[in-house]
Design a protein around this ligand. Structure first.
Ligand SMILES: C[S@@+](CC[C@H](N)C(=O)[O-])C[C@H]1O[C@@H](n2cnc3c(N)ncnc32)[C@H](O)[C@@H]1O
Length: 229
């Protein structure tokens, strides 16, 4: 009798796979300080050097001092950084700057890739705060804040864009996508936040054979779309 035919015995299956299932979460999902996977995802990244230390310090101060406004959770910020850095992005466009919190996660990646963020914000006060936060973090040269109604300002965006991040007025996601998709380079990413609130946007990206989309629902609900090569 082979090992596999033995597995047809219910008690053996339970012993083997039940034991594995019980052991795996404890093995793979405990992180720093014994945090759970979800808690670990919400930890700020460990700074690699002085450049990252300055950026992370501003992120932490914004987080603990009420300096964010409708900003992404840390887990989504880290995802933005990871996606941006792993595709060696040179040009990132964000719609919805707020106070620059997600922009600083982009800056973590762009300080490595030598890239630049152009971020669009309607509210002048929040745009000014974002600029001040970028200056405090030492990354002013990595980010341009465009003040105005993004319904109009995005029409001036020129490609190629490596990563596009939509995080402003949800009812305009479809408009932003239609306006900006031609500027996204083949192989580039379109990331949208709070996608649970934008079913028509999801129908559009899921229904386009030139795109492929996955939704990461752990943080605020992030859809990640590739414009196929
Ligand atoms: C959810 S917040 C952005 C959060 C930011 N991405 C972060 O994680 O820190 C949305 C921002 O979009 C801005 N916004 C809303 N409608 C806009 C428009 N039509 N044009 C430009 N910005 C807009 C709001 O003023 C607000 O600051």
């Amino acid at each position: 009798m082979s090992m596999f035919s033995n597995l047809q015995q219910p008690f053996l299956r339970r012993a083997l796979f039940g034991g594995l299932a019980a052991a795996l979460p404890a093995y793979g999902q405990r992180g720093r300080r014994g945090a759970s996977a979800d808690e670990e995802n919400e930890q700020f990244p460990l700074p690699k050097d002085e450049v990252e230390r300055r950026i992370v310090a501003v992120l932490e101060a914004m987080h603990s001092g009420g300096g964010t406004y409708l900003s992404v959770p840390v887990s989504d910020g880290k995802m933005l950084r990871i996606l941006t850095e792993s595709c060696l992005a040179k040009r990132v466009v964000e719609v919805g700057t707020s106070t620059g919190y997600s922009g600083l996660f982009f800056a973590l990646a762009l300080s490595r890739t030598g890239g630049h963020l152009t971020t669009h914000e309607l509210n002048e006060g929040r745009a000014a705060t974002a600029r001040a936060n970028f200056a405090k973090a030492g990354v002013s040269s990595l980010a341009t804040v465009v003040v105005g109604d993004a319904h109009e300002t995005v029409k001036k965006v020129k490609g190629p864009v490596d990563v596009l991040f939509l995080d402003a007025d949800k009812e305009a996601y479809v408009h932003y996508l239609k306006t900006l998709l031609p500027a996204v380079r083949p192989g580039g990413l379109i990331v949208a936040h709070n996608t649970g609130m934008v079913p028509e946007y999801l129908s559009l990206v899921r229904g386009d054979p030139a795109l492929d989309t996955v939704i990461y629902s752990g943080g605020g609900g992030l859809s990640v779309t590739v414009k196929k090569l």
